[in-house]
Design a protein around this ligand. Structure first.
Ligand code: SF4
Ligand code: SF4
Length: 108
């Protein structure tokens, strides 16, 4: 895939192909903030659901604190704010409890 997609090297010199974040399904998102915290490039922004067009309405409910310190917030939603700074590490998908993100290699 070299020459076709953006690729990188590991410290050991092995080639790898980053999978950049392409979409975030706001209708699945529970506003927990896990992807925001783990992202090393400030790609995400947490918004009031009412301010983001095209989403289902917010559900009534209390913030739901989990053991790892994050809380679900039915009034908030994560958005992709700064896609061009993504390095394609896919850490956001590993921590998301609702599998909101999609990723893909990117052409050079
Ligand atoms: S793939 Fe990595 S850099 Fe890109 S949005 Fe997810 S956590 Fe941030
Ligand atoms: S980790 Fe998933 S559910 Fe939590 S804010 Fe990010 S996209 Fe939404």
């Amino acid at each position: 895939m070299n020459g076709e997609w953006i690729t990188g090297l590991t410290r050991g010199g092995a080639h790898w192909t980053p999978t950049f974040v392409t979409t975030l399904d706001g209708n699945r998102c529970i506003g927990c903030g896990r992807c925001f915290k783990v992202c090393p490039r400030q790609v995400f922004d947490l918004k009031d659901r009412e301010s983001v067009p095209g989403l289902l309405g917010s559900e009534d409910g209390e913030d739901d604190w989990e053991e790892d310190g994050f809380s679900d917030d039915p009034h908030m939603v994560m958005i992709i704010h700064n896609a061009d700074d993504c390095i394609g590490c896919a850490a956001c998908s590993r921590v998301c409890p609702k599998r909101c993100h999609k990723h893909a290699p990117w052409p050079m």
